[in-house]
Design a binder for this molecule. Sequence first.
Ligand code: C2E
Ligand code: MG
Ligand code: MG
Length: 600
Amino acid sequence: MLNVTRYEDQESEATQLSPQAASILEKSKELALKESAMIMMVDDEPITMEVVQAFLEDAGYRRFTLVEESRLAIEQIHNTRPDILLLDLVMPEVSGFDILREVRQSPQLRHLPVIILTSSSEPETKLKALDDGATDFLAKPVDPSELALRVRNTLAAKAYQDQLAYYDPVTNLPNRELFLDRLEFSLRQAERHKHNLALMHINLDRFKNVYDTFGPGVSDQVIRQAARRIRGCIREIDLLGQGVNGGRREHPLFRLGRNEFTIICGQMEKAENAATVACRILAVLDEPFDAEGTNVSLKAYIGIASYPIDSADSAALSRCAVNASAQALTEGGKRFGFYSDALNTRSLQRLQLESELRRAIDNDELILHYQPKVEVASNRITGVEALLRWQHPSGGMVPPGKFIGLAEETGLIVPIGDWVLKEACRQIAEWQRRGIQLHVAVNLSAVQFHKSDLVATVSRVIGESKIDPKFLTLELTESLFMEDADLAIETMGRLMLLGPKIAMDDFGTGYSSLSYLKRFPLNQLKIDRSFISDLEHSQQSRALVFAIVYLAQQFDLEVVAEGIEEPSQLEFLNQIGCDTYQGFLFSKPIPAAELEALLE
Ligand code: C2E
Ligand code: MG
Ligand code: MG
């Protein structure tokens, strides 16, 4: 891994700024550089390091690693990847000379600036250290202003060299050299954390025509526009993970050649999901570019290679991505493709499903089925859960397990969820008009919860359908609390104030700790089906269900057991005092009309 120091990521358009603005920009760059620079010190006297650190903190530096045991220094340098090393020469065990020589011999550390701190004023020692590759010297005891000056100048020189070596001057994007290093690193991370990685190679066809027609100046402008548009398509989460380059987050877009870009999508759940990003990029690159007043269009082609399917080797993976984009270009009609045939098929199916799902709402292909919630003691229906079904024009009835995940990834869950809520409220209103008093529960996805203005939507739909909101229940899952538990709890509270009840669905399968129960505004717990199906054979499941029912009672919550298929399961619930159940034993989810017949 290269240690690349860099001024903060600002567009390189400072040249057009007023002198005053340019000077402010310079200052802010220097500040950012100071705040991000990692300074490492190796010295056997901790007090010296503490004094130096205090001086540097006064000068605005924030990140330090102090190493007292010199034999650990090299390993620490590899792990921490400092931007500068302040090194003592005379130390027991491993001397400063040894460390300096090892740094200069290592391909990864070779360019690390090293300032030698030494009390020896002998010119011979200095000469020897210079021979071994020292960048600069500082005499002990250290003078604070001299220290600050040396460190600042050394870091600035390094940032400048890194900028020249690793960044494309036209777009300010990292170049091929840095790409190879980062790909290597990302692959190792993917291996360690067992996730997928996709490499997306973007080729701008026809760029050569622009260059030949308009010349280098204008074509640089066009390539900058293209880079900016591609950047806009990459969401925050796709940024190369934490830990790369010592905690700073880096953008995963690189310029590899005149008309070539590449993106490292470091943490993909499934490689075929890269198709969504590819489509987004193709769409923005299809818009015409401005070449000094003339509209020009470029045609982009994208090739995607994936780890682990295509290769675990960085060079081979890059070749796969390049080949896939060339393949897309030659095949004609197709604008992006995966290197692997299996992924091509899967991504096509996915894209087709996505476009069909988009149409499903407008074409009235979505419907709700209702599954009764039944009182254990009396076997009376007390409410229903609305469960979404998609009547596919050719594929029959599609269950939610087949499309909810896709809807969540593409954001389609927001309009779909709105439809479900509206339809369920319409049904409540209709039943109330006809004297049928039924509680209806609606499932909400965590994505809906975070992405849409859920509270406003629920409030509006309740108002428009003119229902008594106490007949509506919102079923949430524990995954909601993974992102920001406090925010989720606040939103639940605001939802509850609108009148509906709140249920925790699939309880026991998620991540929330029991202590959350105290903080959640909740009315109902739904015990997950997996515990119920195990009841007969697993003493542990029986104990768990018993404990959840007991807990719910203590917290004054209603408790619903899901997935009851056997009379013996119902019998067990009866014994332990569970209020309500739901399951095929009583009824599958059925259309509203059938449910009405069942009620009679
Ligand atoms: P869920 O909310 O836990 O719903 C219960 C699921 O268990 C339903 O599956 C239901 O048909 C099934 N089930 C009920 N009783 C039994 C039984 O006795 N045995 C077995 N084997 N299964 C039983 P379904 O309808 O396929 O829905 C699956 C999941 O899809 C739901 O789990 C829910 O998380 C999600 N879902 C359904 N509708 C919507 C919706 O409108 N919006 C959102 N965001 N998610 C929905
Ligand atoms: Mg549910
Ligand atoms: Mg459930």
